[in-house]
Design a protein around this ligand. Sequence first.
Ligand code: ZN
Length: 105
Amino acid sequence: MPYKTQKGTKYAVLYNEGFRRVKYALGSYADIIPEYEQMNKPKELFFRYKANVCEMCGAYVPAVKVYQVKSMSDLDVNTEWGAIMNKKKRKTLVVCGDCYDRIHK
Ligand SMILES: [Zn+2]
């Protein structure tokens, strides 16, 4: 296909021969560009969340919630959760529903 540039006409070849059929499942990583795949590792919070253990009362619950502050300076270390988060040096705290309600009272 010809196209014009300041230095004259150039040609670009468009691919028009279809794509080979892939017979196996690609899995969940199908959309991840290979050069970024090495950076697509689950973060620490992922494992804390998946553990389903409240970080305040230690209870194992089927579903946890995540309490989060914007910055460490927003933490009130005088609260029970603030002290835990300050000790962990984390802006997030994985908690059970009861503790979450207690924080947001
Ligand atoms: Zn709890």
